[in-house]
Write a protein that binds this ligand. Structure first.
Ligand code: NOJ
Length: 557
């Protein structure tokens, strides 16, 4: 039967100027759908494909001992909240011993917990409590570099003959100059002269983060063993930090120089000879074997320029990363259906998509997409999008309550070294790392003392306790979408089918699974929009449709 599903008019939201709408309708309903409980379903999906991941920054999540910094026991105390939100896996950014130059991304011992966060016993407690609730723990594997305070580097720099010398990348200078023109991501040269042995060591990030030499099999073994050590403690996988940068050209060819300068005053360059070298795929394949032996998942911090580059990280026959993150998605910094459509289609064809809106290095989505007036409505639209797409979403803590960036306004308040170095062009990443907003009390209920970073004024209204009591809050919208996502087969397993592809204002798509589908309609414009759908080609009839969730005040006619 030919049928047209025609929404005559989508009424404005409670925000009159801005009709931002999420409309989800089941077109053919089948009964008895259950959330996935087994690791592999009838479609061959793995547990992580049906899971919702949640990134949390341990310094900022919950402070159980009131020292101003979050900790393991703090995280454990919030597991019930995470469960009720609809989170299945938490990715904890580095919590290992570290001098904290890069807030944990400078690891001085891969097999322990930084005392600031507690003890290994606290971690084990957290793991047990997470297990009880069916929440997986993912740790951050900082594999490109260690801290310069790691015992391996202390040995390596002690003499040219030290057995660990070749665990890092040491080179002679070019006469009185550095070995080549490579510029570090965090500013300055990638080369640091070590006066004791008269050679330069290589660091893609800060000089306190010397790069490990992944051409040395002993390094690979030691690092892989570190993952095994955590798997034995019960972790379910790793997010691989800076995976693009594992290898460097052995001939150290100069990178091509591009016009302009970075925020630190260095020439821009194309990282042709020190990122995404083909050798890294061998490492990922072998690391994946270790992960497979432990039923674990590998998530990649994969900065790619297009879908082909992203595809390479899944590996041929999907033998590398199960979850390379799609950061191209985060570069669509405006509410643009055509741009999102393009990105979604590209990643959908590359493999199992992994969508993120924000993280600890990116300005929060609440600010990036918000117009300053309708930010809550816009935050709901964004949630309505990335939590209903095919793939696995990774939330960033606080996004669910509409946390804003709280950027420092004075250089002397900056903690993140790149903010100090690049001020005022680069203010650093403190703004997106502020304490989780639990309630409307002082310090947003994160700590009883002054936290390491200040909470914004908006924490008075945008916090868990306040929003739980408001049916229209961003938090309750997240909860509803996440609940749907867990119970609806089309949202779990369905294909992505783009609709109305020339509409510049409304992003619409179907998630279609066998004889059922969910229609998602997101009005990204500031005005009321009329949309209509002819779903006959998909075999669906309006007669069988019902609304699952909407930000409209009333159902469409
Ligand atoms: C990427 C991490 O996300 C970032 O926070 C860190 O500074 C760099 N890698 C270096 O580890």
């Amino acid at each position: 039967m030919r049928a047209t599903f025609n929404i005559q008019r989508l009424r404005p939201t409670s925000v009159p100027q801005c009709a931002l709408i999420v409309f989800l309708a089941v077109l053919c309903i089948s009964a008895g759908l259950q959330a996935q409980t087994k690791p592999v379903d009838g479609e061959g999906h793995q547990w992580w494909q049906h899971a919702v991941f949640y990134e949390l920054y341990p310094r900022s999540f919950a402070d159980s001992n009131n020292d101003g910094v979050g900790d393991m026991n703090g995280i454990a105390s919030k597991l019930d909240y995470l469960k009720s939100l609809g989170v299945d896996a938490i990715w904890i950014t580095p919590c290992f011993p570290s001098p904290q130059v890069d807030f944990g991304y400078d690891v001085s011992d891969y097999e322990n917990i930084d005392p600031m966060y507690g003890t290994l016993a606290d971690f084990d407690h957290l793991q047990r409590e997470a297990n009880k609730r069916g929440i997986h723990i993912i740790l951050d594997f900082v594999m490109n570099h260690s801290s310069d305070q790691h015992a391996w580097f202390t040995e390596s720099r002690s003499s040219r003959e030290n057995p660990k010398r070749d665990w890092y990348v040491w080179r002679d200078g070019e006469g009185p100059n550095q070995p080549n023109n490579w510029v570090a991501i965090f500013g300055g040269s990638t080369w640091e002269l070590d006066p004791k042995t008269g050679q330069y060591y290589y660091h893609m990030f800060y000089k306190q983060q010397p790069d490990l030499n992944w051409r040395n099999p002993a390094v690979e073994k030691a690092m892989f063993d570190a993952t095994r050590w955590w798997y034995k403690r019960g972790v379910s996988g790793f997010r691989l930090d800076a995976v693009d940068t594992l290898f460097e050209d052995p001939d150290l060819r100069d990178n091509p120089v591009l016009p302009g300068q970075n925020a630190y005053g260095n020439p821009n360059e194309e990282n042709k000879y020190n990122t995404k070298l083909p050798e890294l795929h061998g490492v990922l394949q072998r690391l994946r074997q270790v992960a497979d032996e432990n039923n674990a998942v590998l998530i990649g911090e994969t900065w790619t320029k297009d879908a082909d580059e992203l595809k390479a990280y899944y590996g041929s026959h999907s033998k590398e990363l199960q979850m390379p993150m799609d950061f191209m998605f985060t570069t669509v910094n405006k509410l643009s259906p055509p741009d999102f459509r393009k990105q979604i289609a590209a990643v959908d064809s590359a493999g199992w998509p992994v969508f993120v809106l924000s993280n600890h290095d990116i300005v929060r989505s609440y600010v990036r997409y918000g117009d300053g007036v309708h930010n809550d409505a816009i935050a709901k639209v964004m949630a309505g999008m990335y939590l209903t797409l095919r793939g696995t979403p990774i939330m960033y803590y606080g996004e669910e309550v509409g946390m804003t960036n709280n950027d420092p306004t004075r250089k002397e308040d900056v903690h993140d070294p790149i903010g100090k170095l690049g001020w005022p062009k680069e203010r650093g990443r403190d703004g997106e790392r502020t304490p989780m907003q639990w309630n409307a009390t002082a310090n947003a209920g994160f700590s009883k003392v002054k936290p390491w970073l200040p909470v914004p004024e908006s924490s008075k209204s945008h916090n868990v306790a306040t929003e739980l009591n408001d049916n229209e809050s961003v938090l309750n919208f997240y909860k509803k979408v996440l609940a749907l996502r867990h119970e609806n087969t089309a949202l779990l397993d369905g294909d992505y089918v783009a609709l109305n592809e020339s509409d510049p204002n409304v992003l619409s798509y179907l998630r279609r699974y066998k004889n059922e589908a969910v229609l998602v309609v997101l009005n990204m414009s500031g005005t009321e929009q009329k949309v209509s759908f002819d779903l006959a080609a998909q075999g669906f009839s309006a007669a069988n449709a019902s609304t699952l969730l909407t930000t409209l005040n009333s159902h469409p006619q």
